[in-house]
Design a protein around this ligand. Structure first.
Ligand code: SAM
Length: 261
């Protein structure tokens, strides 16, 4: 630790404490001087400083007053670092520009809401690199047919390519979290065949579809989408929600948007 500091559990504070892992993360991100980064939860600056040392611009959003003050002081000489004492869950990323590169060793207690929050601002994002608890990373990157495939995989997969890069043992953090972590990359799909007319409808259909995983899609979507409509869109009504492709989920959300009956 850089200074005597008692990590705050309620803020998901597990600080990276492994130079080799930091190096691997920086190599994966591959920062360059023209990039604009936004770091969620810079903490004591484990990845903030290596990124800023490439002369890239970096905006850091830190909720903890103690860490914000500490890092502000420690980075006084860096004219390319801007720190904000703010909650990332309500921070409007688009105010920082376009083509943003978002990074963070996320506070695990709020990693899923944070993922959904940044997804809302996908139009101003070039890419995202996040450290997540492995279980969340697995759900994010899962493909149809996998037990972990669900709301997170679909809501991201409709717009983004997600990639699991590597796992990190809990011993690389201080204090050590109870779980293994994974580093992931997320990039907007450039040639996207999936067209979602209304993202809220996609969320609605997916939430209902997965509310009881063990049901068939026909029963899970009862009252929202009929068996005839499923068949019309080449979805076998007896399939399980986790076996249906993201393209087909997007078609189902468009059924709701178009009020098809
Ligand atoms: N980046 C540092 C590192 O890798 O060592 C710290 C990572 S630690 C897992 C998560 C960081 O997010 C902490 O600094 C914590 O204070 C901060 N944090 C927690 N909740 C936050 C929120 N809602 N908005 C912004 N930062 C938050």
């Amino acid at each position: 630790m850089i200074f005597a500091y008692k990590a705050k559990k309620h803020l998901g504070q597990n600080f990276l404490n492994d130079e080799i892992v930091v190096q691997k993360i920086i190599e994966s991100i591959n920062p360059s001087s023209n990039d604009i980064f936004v770091e969620i939860g810079p903490g004591m600056g484990a990845i903030t400083l290596p990124i800023a040392n490439t002369q890239a611009k970096l905006h850091g959003i830190e909720l903890d007053q103690d860490l914000y003050s500490y890092l502000n002081k420690a980075t006084e000489i860096y004219s390319n670092i801007n720190l904000y004492h703010k909650d990332a869950l309500s921070f409007k990323l688009s105010e920082l520009g376009k083509d943003l590169r978002i990074v963070g060793n996320l506070p695990y207690n709020i990693s899923t809401p944070l993922l959904f929050h940044v997804l809302k601002e996908k139009q101003c994002i070039r890419d995202l690199h996040f450290m997540l608890q492995k279980e969340v990373a697995d759900r994010l990157c899962a493909s149809p047919g996998n037990k972990k495939f669900g709301r997170l995989s679909i809501m991201f997969g409709a717009y983004m390519k997600t990639r699991h890069l590597f796992d990190i043992p809990s011993s690389s953090f201080k204090p050590s979290p109870k779980v293994t972590s994974s580093f992931v990359s997320i990039k907007p799909k450039l040639d996207n065949e999936i067209i979602v007319k209304n993202n809220e409808h996609l969320d609605l259909v997916v939430k209902k579809g997965f509310s009881q995983r063990r049901k068939t899609i026909k029963n899970a979507l009862k009252g929202m989408i009929s068996e005839d409509i499923l068949t019309k869109h080449e979805i076998d009504p007896s399939q399980r929600p986790e076996d249906i492709s993201i393209l087909k989920w997007s078609k189902l959300s468009n059924v709701v948007t178009n009020n098809e009956e």
